[in-house]
Design a protein around this ligand. Structure first.
Ligand SMILES: Cc1cc2nc3c(=O)[nH]c(=O)nc-3n(C[C@H](O)[C@H](O)[C@H](O)COP(=O)(O)OP(=O)(O)OC[C@H]3O[C@@H](n4cnc5c(N)ncnc54)[C@H](O)[C@@H]3O)c2cc1C
Length: 567
């Protein structure tokens, strides 16, 4: 059996993966990146609004500090974040953002030339650094330049099919180059998952089509638990019709949310912060307006930017204007933008410590697929880009220091077994004469998740969602594929992704059903209050043949005791 071999293999070419690769390569290790799309097509490239860092760079300084940033993040998380991890992110984040600036990120500037910062939801200070409304387009290109400069190899359009584990250690992956007729075993002393979110298990999502949660499933499949998966972020402002994101930066610049009666309804829900309340609160308020008949055509509300004026919109929100014109035929300089909430981000994921280590030796995770946990029950806007850089770098550094100079001989049999399992799965699939098409199940799953495991949740919906997912898992076993050859077989890829999507959806639903309280993004209409006595704890979901088995673990509290959360 022929192998590819690296010290460290990073799965994912978004911000977290690239930042990890740079750190590990600089530590002198042989590093490679594997990504199912070109790194610059990762979802990171779509991030618009900005990245948080407590620089206090605004014209009138406010004495912002990383401690203030930590407090806002912890309060925003509804006290579920691990406070030691939040402190690491907010403290080290300052250095990471300056580093990005030195590497060449074209941040927007203040009059006197410093990095400009805009207000973002749930923050007491304007601390979101931005590059107009294309922040991570800039960040990702800058990191990719570094990767090219360091000559780090990238396996582009390669899929990670499964992790290979031997004697309790992750020893590499089985991969599939989309354009070939074979699977390829890759040996690695350390494997870092940086595979992003799972937004596309929802019908309405701001996420890229590739965000299917496969990375979480890769870990779950080999016995690593998934943490806090019931906490799914819904963004209040996605463009009605396509659900393309309209950045929180639009409200940061002063945009209003208005219902059909012309009311700025956030007055009722977050009277102090108004439109800049945290996302969970603004998303619920918006959905409520729509559900209670104060939306337009029963489906959306307005985001009004007209009072900002042409100059500000053209300077600070050019991408948003273009999106509104191209996808809704509306120029925000002249008309309000129709918006509705949509799935946006995954707070949960693969549990790691602050160095990216997962419970499985040899396996690391960073970025959106990981749960450190710095976002707890609700993430503040601008903190996710920061997380990718801080914990991407830390995971790369830790993996590099853990890789031993003298290599362990990894067992070829473990790879062989996986490879044979895939061949027989493929053979079985190809020999099926007929069967349901993959997309039908996928679409049923997405609709189910948006309708029954969405912004507002209740027991009867969650129970029926659980039943339905079981049924979909059964039908999954009877899917038929039309395309028989392996190269460019997107149907097969979709089939494999769907398997992961079903399991991830099951974990979310089980966690949501069991958590009988409301906290952050998880809102139970039948248990509308936060219950610290019973539920100030993280959920861990383990894969079993019967579905997800749940366990719980303590939340780390340092300096910020839980309080009532008002804005
Ligand atoms: C529209 C939008 C706007 C956003 N705006 C902001 C913002 O302004 N500020 C902020 O802080 N956050 C924002 N976020 C969130 C933030 O962008 C993401 O959380 C972050 O970029 C995720 O980075 P990542 O490196 O973890 O993953 P991603 O950038 O999603 O990259 C995942 C990588 O994994 C690869 N991959 C996945 N599965 C496999 C597999 N099986 N085999 C091989 N490769 C695989 C993909 O090819 C890809 O390269 C936004 C998100 C969206 C959707």
């Amino acid at each position: 059996m022929e192998f590819l071999t690296h010290d460290i293999l990073i799965i994912g070419g978004g911000l977290a993966g690239l930042r990890a690769a740079i750190e590990a390569q600089k530590a002198g290790r042989d590093v490679a990146i594997l990504s199912k799309v070109h790194p610059l097509r990762s979802h990171s490239v779509a991030a618009q609004g900005g990245i948080n860092s407590a620089f206090d760079n605004i014209p009138v300084p406010t004495n912002d500090s990383w401690e203030n940033h930590s407090f806002d993040t912890i309060k925003g998380s509804d006290y579920l974040a691990d406070q030691d991890a939040v402190e690491v992110m907010c403290r080290e984040g300052i250095e990471r953002v300056i580093e990005m600036e030195h590497w060449g990120t074209l941040f927007s500037r203040t009059e006197d030339g410093r990095i400009a910062q805009r207000p973002f939801g749930g923050s007491g200070f304007p601390r979101t650094c931005y590059a107009a409304d294309r922040t991570s387009h800039n960040l990702l290109h800058v990191l990719y330049e570094q990767v090219v400069g360091l000559r780090i190899p990238v396996y582009e359009e390669w899929h990670a099919l499964s992790l290979v584990v031997d004697e309790g250690q992750c020893i590499g992956v089985l991969a599939f180059p989309l354009f070939e007729e074979r699977t390829v075993p890759i040996r690695a002393e350390a494997t870092i998952l940086a595979t992003g979110g799972y937004g596309r298990i929802y019908l309405r999502s701001t996420n890229a089509i590739i965000n299917t949660g496969k990375g979480c499933y890769l870990a779950y499949q080999v016995g690593v638990p998934l943490e806090d998966m019931e906490f799914v972020q819904f963004h209040p402002t996605s463009l009605f019709g396509t659900n393309i994101l309209i950045t929180e930066g639009a409200r940061g610049e002063g945009g209003y949310l208005v219902n059909v009666k012309g009311e700025r309804y956030m007055e009722r829900h977050a009277p102090h912060l108004m439109e800049l309340g945290p996302r969970d609160i603004v998303a619920r308020a918006t959905q409520r307006e729509i559900d209670e008949g104060r939306g337009f055509e029963g489906q959306y509300v307005h985001l009004d930017l007209r009072h900002l004026g042409r100059g500000k919109i053209m300077d600070h929100l050019p991408g948003i204007r273009q999106i509104a014109m191209d996808f809704a035929g509306i120029d925000p300089i002249l008309n309000p933008i129709p918006i509705q909430p949509a799935q946006h981000y995954s707070m949960g994921g693969i549990p790691t410590n602050v160095d990216g280590e997962t419970p499985l030796p040899g396996l690391y995770a960073a970025g959106e697929c990981a749960c450190v946990s710095v976002h707890g029950a609700n993430r503040l806007g601008g903190n996710s880009l920061l997380e990718t850089l801080v914990f991407g770098a830390r995971a790369g550094r830790k993996a590099a220091s853990n890789v031993k100079r003298k290599k362990r001989e990894s067992n070829p049999l473990a790879f062989q077994k996986q490879s044979e399992a895939f061949q027989s799965c493929l053979h079985e699939l190809s020999s099926r004469q007929e069967g349901e098409p993959c997309f039908r199940l996928r679409d049923e799953l997405k609709t189910l998740m948006t309708d029954q495991v969405g912004i507002f949740r209740r027991e009867s919906d969650l129970l029926s969602a659980k039943e339905k997912i079981r049924e979909l898992k059964e039908r999954f076993g009877r899917i038929g594929l039309k395309q028989k050859n392996l190269d460019f077989n997107n149907e097969w890829i979709q089939y494999l992704e769907l398997e992961g999507m079903l399991h991830v959806a099951e974990v979310i639903t089980e966690g949501a059903l069991t958590r009988k309280e409301s906290r952050g993004s998880h809102f139970r209409t039948d248990y509308p209050d936060r219950d610290d006595e019973h539920w100030l704890r993280h959920t861990l979901a383990y894969k079993t043949t019967e579905g997800a088995r749940l366990e719980y673990k303590e939340v780390t509290i340092t300096n910020y005791p839980p309080k009532e959360r008002t804005y």
